[in-house]
Design a protein around this ligand. Structure first.
Ligand code: SF4
Length: 363
């Protein structure tokens, strides 16, 4: 799979209560400085770089004013070789997607929209600190379809404290009713420094792992029954609609990230930018030792429900996974966390909900 380009658009209309992604309000002088920065970075793309997928993430790319969004698209058209692009995704917030923004994105070649629905219950949305109501999500979805987007993803969150299993089931049913091509179903994580983390520390948030697990298991079965194949721990897609850019990350592929907090992996090196505005800089650059890099790729690829084929892993890393982590794989298989059969290894169903602890044993 060819390389990817990621551009971090670090703006949000307002911060959600659970979110630790790097984003700020889109004040005009900060937006201007950000444009100057990404313009400079786009000029330093590696020689011959021609991405097969592009991803505008954030933050919220649609928090940009329509003219700024147009400017961003123009900048990418000028500085990036778009000849091989098969998938170009833009994340969008239902509260900031307008008809004109959707039309601009589509006209420039963006062919996939990832819409942060999160829930279809207004009380849950309020609790999460989202800026939109459920009606706006339905409206944004209709806007995207009318603009010609034939590939739309919806994100929903499970395990939100105070949200009943029934209410979450209604969220999944509402997402399915819109018939998006892709559904991401994320577990609410309590991230340091967020209002949710403070509420949890003060004992005001009750997280129930049992509820989370029940919601995850229910969503998995329901989505699979509806025709969205479960292809990664948190992701479900109609046939052929898996997100290419994410598959690239999970298969150890190469990508260049532009903007504050963006990371890159290119020709055996990895680097990351600081989470700072108006000016950011390169925070680290490292060359991973090949075996360590291969272990990391092993773990990333096990996020996919198909896991790794022996040959595929060898082609991606130069290593045999048994030579690399055979003892650990055998132990985890004996514990029922991994399945290793023939020339393939993948996560057992029981491990999907506790995958982080399984991965910790492999790196
Ligand atoms: S809109 Fe997305 S990136 Fe922005 S604060 Fe909310 S969750 Fe975070």
């Amino acid at each position: 799979m060819g390389p990817g380009l990621y551009i971090h658009v670090p703006f949000c209309a307002r911060k959600c209560a659970y979110c630790a992604f790097f984003s700020r309000r889109a004040a005009p002088e900060v937006v201007a400085a950000w444009f100057a920065g990404i313009g400079r970075e786009l000029e330093t793309l590696p020689e011959g770089f021609a991405p097969e997928s592009i991803f505008f993430g954030g933050g919220t790319p649609t928090a940009l004013e329509e003219t700024d969004l147009g400017r961003l698209l123009e900048l990418v058209r000028e500085r990036v070789d778009l000849g091989r692009v098969a998938e170009w995704t833009c994340e969008a917030n239902p509260g900031t997607l307008t008809k004109r923004k959707a039309a601009r994105l589509r006209a420039a070649g963006v062919n996939r929209l990832s819409l942060g629905a999160q829930s279809f219950d207004d009380e849950t949305l309020r609790r999460l600190g989202r800026i939109h109501a459920a009606a706006e999500t339905r409206e944004a979805f209709a806007i995207a379809r009318a603009a010609g987007f034939e590939n739309i993803g919806l994100d929903v969150i499970y395990g939100v404290p105070g949200v009943s299993r029934e209410s979450f089931r209604a969220d999944v049913a509402a997402a399915m009713a819109l018939q998006p091509e892709h559904i991401s179903c994320y577990c609410l994580e309590i991230e340091d420094g967020t209002p949710f983390a403070r509420a949890a520390a003060a004992g005001r948030l009750e997280i129930s792992a049992d509820d989370q697990r029940a919601q995850f298991d229910w969503a998995r079965q329901r989505l699979a029954g509806g025709g969205w194949a479960h292809y990664e721990i948190s992701n479900f897609a109609k046939a052929g609609r898996e997100c290419r850019q994410n598959l690239l990350y999970w298969s150890g592929g190469e990508y260049v990230g532009i903007g504050p907090a963006a990371h890159s992996h290119w020709r055996g090196a990895r680097w990351g930018n600081t989470a700072e505005l108006p000016v950011w800089r390169r925070e680290f650059e490292e060359r991973l030792e090949p075996a360590a890099k291969a272990c990391e790729t092993l773990v990333m690829g096990l996020r996919r429900l198909a896991g790794w084929g022996r040959e595929e892993f060898r082609a991606a890393t130069g290593f045999d996974y048994d030579a690399l982590r055979g003892t650990e794989i055998a132990r985890l298989a004996a514990e029922g966390m991994l399945i290793a059969e023939g020339d393939r290894v993948w996560l057992a169903e029981d491990a999907l909900f506790v995958s982080d602890s399984v991965f910790a044993e492999l790196v």
